[in-house]
Design a binder for this molecule. Structure first.
Ligand code: ADP
Ligand code: MG
Length: 360
């Protein structure tokens, strides 16, 4: 397997649409990298540039030891010579071709002998569990099977790199979970260096070895799923990857005597949580990192925030989504127990889970 390395890659469409802005991204050999970001923020462009379907405006793309694109050095290796397989967002299956011919297509382009094509197609169809569908047309398959055909077509050339553009967006929520597990399993089995792009944090958290978060073509953070979730680099990353309560306020004092004053929400901050030097800051806490209790709790891991009134408490399958009002501030909490509406509760934040961000 090979690593893929994007070095300061910029892509400008027309005169001024900056789709990628000095993207620095190294995908290690065999790694599953998920690039996550909202719609229109450069994800598809990044994949197309690695595949060679688009030329970068600036920067370098490396696949293994080969420099495949560098406008500065006048280098551009076309897609067919890059050994990359791509699964497009809409799967792009040929409707008039049977599954077998869809999968065989890239091999026929390479003019492989007929018996070799037959062998390779059957092999990959077997691995992907679609061997019985080879004689059918795409429209005769379920969404999940069509997706596997698209993956089979991308993998049949035995590429060194697999690129997947929002591969789950065409599947309904129920199949998505199975499809994710399937993709993860295939990737692990084949050990193929993979870049998958998605706007869905659930894809990123469940599939990725590492996640890169893209905002307006700029990489915001690259890290393990747990790092990106627990130690987000900024408010954008924090709120894109999951729900988070944010409170604006000011930082007072320093060292072991640092306080956050956000009006209704004020507290002494635990040391070592990376407090910005700015006087104004935003404090963030995820709903599952808040504890509500009818009685006072004494626990060094919890910071007392105040008394609140339960406004909403709804069952969400194995947990409750609770809304507590602390004076005039509403706080979202995920709780294992339910509460009565109008009930008074003590509100605690898990000290180690508090995040403090620079005001942007
Ligand atoms: P995503 O996949 O994250 O939704 P894209 O990479 O498709 O984002 O698009 C990033 C930006 O580049 C958008 O502003 C989009 O309009 C623009 N863009 C993408 N492809 C082209 C193109 N071929 N010509 C002009 N603008 C483009
Ligand atoms: Mg896209």
């Amino acid at each position: 397997m090979v690593r893929v390395y994007l070095h300061e890659v910029t892509k400008i469409f027309g005169k001024s649409v900056v789709a990628l802005d000095k993207v620095e991204l190294e995908v290690k050999s065999g790694e599953f990298m998920v690039v996550m970001g909202p719609s229109g923020h450069g994800k598809t462009t990044l994949l197309r540039i690695v595949a060679g379907l688009e030329e970068p405006t600036d920067g370098e793309i490396w696949i293994g030891d080969i420099l495949v694109a560098s406008p500065g050095k006048g280098i551009f290796i076309p897609p067919k010579d890059r050994n990359v397989g791509m699964v497009f967002q809409n799967w792009a299956l040929y409707p008039h071709m049977k599954v077998f011919d869809n999968i065989a297509f890239p091999l026929r382009l390479k003019r492989l002998p007929r018996n070799e094509i037959e062998k390779k197609v059957r092999e990959i169809a077997e691995i992907l569990g679609i061997a019985e569908t080879l004689d059918r047309y795409p429209r005769q398959l379920s969404g999940g099977q069509q997706q596997r055909v698209a993956i089979a077509r991308a993998l049949v050339k035995e590429p060194q790199v697999l690129l997947m553009d929002e591969p789950f967006s065409n599947l309904d929520a129920r199949i998505r979970v199975t499809a994710r597990a399937f993709v993860k399993d295939i990737q692990r089995k084949l050990g193929i260096t993979t870049i998958l792009v998605t706007h869905d944090p659930a894809d990123a958290l469940t599939l990725a070895d590492r996640i890169a978060v893209l905002r307006r073509g700029v990489v915001q953070q690259i890290g393990l799923p747990s790092e990106v979730y627990d130690k987000p680099a900024n408010i954008f990353v924090a709120s894109f990857i999951g729900d988070i309560n944010l409170f604006e306020g000011s930082i007072i004092g320093k060292g072991n005597e640092t306080y956050f004053d956000g009006g209704d929400v004020k507290m002494q901050l635990p040391p070592n949580i990376g407090i910005p030097s700015n006087e104004s800051a935003i404090l963030g806490i995820r709903p599952e990192d808040i504890v509500l209790s009818k009685e006072i709790i004494s626990n060094n891991d919890l910071i007392y925030v105040g008394k609140g009134i339960v406004e909403i408490s709804e069952f969400a399958g194995g947990k409750f989504n609770v809304m507590v009002k602390l004076q005039s501030t509403e706080i979202r909490v995920v709780s294992s127990t339910s509460f009565r509406l109008g009930e008074m509760v003590h509100v605690y934040f898990n000290a180690q889970r508090i995040k403090v961000f620079d005001k942007q």
